[in-house]
Ligand binder design. Structure first.
Ligand SMILES: Nc1ncnc2c1ncn2[C@@H]1O[C@H](COP(=O)(O)OP(=O)(O)OP(=O)(O)O)[C@@H](O)[C@H]1O
Ligand SMILES: [Mg+2]
Length: 318
């Protein structure tokens, strides 16, 4: 069975018969409770690998004590060369665990295992990461982008008001899942994780090898220049890059070479939207997108709340 990531319709066909969005496989069908465990760590039974990022692997697992599915992120400490990282991570996990928003993943547990690996348990999101959806299907319909942006901006606004800045907003950290009423929800994962790795506050040369903690093609100019000093507006910029990519299928700053990507983030304006995309959007939405992408954070749209307000004002135009 397939499922529409936007409206939740289940179907056998590749294009949703209700809203026209490309459908994805419903992965829940393939995970049976009887499946052979791939191993046991602490009180978690590993079921299967979900993916691998720069810091380690993520597994679907079963929390044996609570009898629920979780996503387990296992981080290899050899990739972290900062003695204060564990303390920062513990503090960060506590801050993230206090976030309670439908579009932010719940964090359940953090521990350092006997072999030195770090374990982070979070709610398992039974959905598809946005990077996979963009890779597979190219661009999204404007109405879908506006719907997703409103949810994501609201989630960031909530976190920023609680003093939590994400620092690594990008498509692989946004998973689309269906909620209990069948509506699609984008869920943001990995809040603050980029902050835990490495003492980078004193670095001033962004071209220095090993300097960047985060993902250059989504990073705000101020994060590239001085990662210790970012505030919520940096996440707004990254969300702007994600929005541009959802609309066009293309990251406006990504270049084959990382240094060129960094230079583009710092100095090159995002290319105008293709005419065929622009035609389908209300003009104020195009303005909003480019205000999110302002290089100077003081000229950027300042908060998730302002984005939500702007989107609500234009909802009658689509
Ligand atoms: N809570 C979760 N529920 C379900 N799947 C998840 C969850 N968290 C992560 N994943 C999956 O695991 C994959 C790997 O995640 P991970 O955060 O390690 O890497 P990444 O985000 O792709 O890259 P990076 O290391 O640069 O952040 C993700 O793409 C996603 O598919
Ligand atoms: Mg991630």
């Amino acid at each position: 069975m397939r499922i529409c990531p936007l409206c939740g319709t289940t179907t056998h066909v590749r294009i949703c018969p209700v809203c026209g969005t490309p459908t994805v496989l419903d992965t829940q069908e393939f995970i049976s409770d009887e499946e052979e465990p791939a191993g046991v760590i602490d009180h978690y039974m590993l079921i299967k690998e979900l993916g691998e990022g720069g810091m380690g692997k993520v597994f679907l697992a079963k929390d044996i004590r609570k009898s629920r599915k979780v996503a387990l992120k296992l981080i290899n400490p050899r990739k972290i060369n900062d003695p204060h990282a564990v303390t920062r991570a513990r503090r960060g996990v506590l801050a993230c665990a206090s976030l309670n928003h439908p579009n932010i993943v719940e964090v359940y547990d953090f521990k350092v295992l006997e072999n030195g690996e770090w374990l982070i348990a979070m709610r398992y999101i039974n959905g598809t990461p946005l990077d996979q959806l963009i890779r597979k299907h190219g661009r999204f319909k404007p109405s879908a982008v506006m719907y997703l942006l409103e949810k994501l901006a609201d989630a960031l606004n909530y976190a920023h008001n609680k003093g939590v800045v994400h620092r690594d907003i990008k498509p692989s950290n946004i998973i689309l899942e269906r909620d209990s009423s069948g509506r699609i929800q984008p869920v943001i994962t990995d809040f603050e994780v980029a902050k835990w790795f490495g003492s980078i506050d004193n670095q001033t040369d962004p071209t220095q090898k090993g300097f960047l903690i985060g993902t250059p093609s989504y990073m705000s100019p101020e994060q590239i220049m001085s990662s210790g000093e970012v505030d919520g507006r940096s996440d707004i910029y990254s969300l702007g890059v994600v929005t541009y990519e959802m609309l066009t299928g293309i990251n406006p700053f990504r270049r084959p070479d990382t240094i060129d990507t960094i230079k583009a983030q710092l100095h090159i304006a995002p290319p105008p939207l293709p005419e065929e995309v622009k035609r389908e959007l209300p003009p104020p939405f195009v303005m909003l997108l480019f205000r999110m992408l302002a290089k100077d954070r003081d000229r950027r749209i300042q908060s998730g709340k302002s984005i939500v307000k702007a989107l609500k004002a234009m909802s009658s135009m689509v």
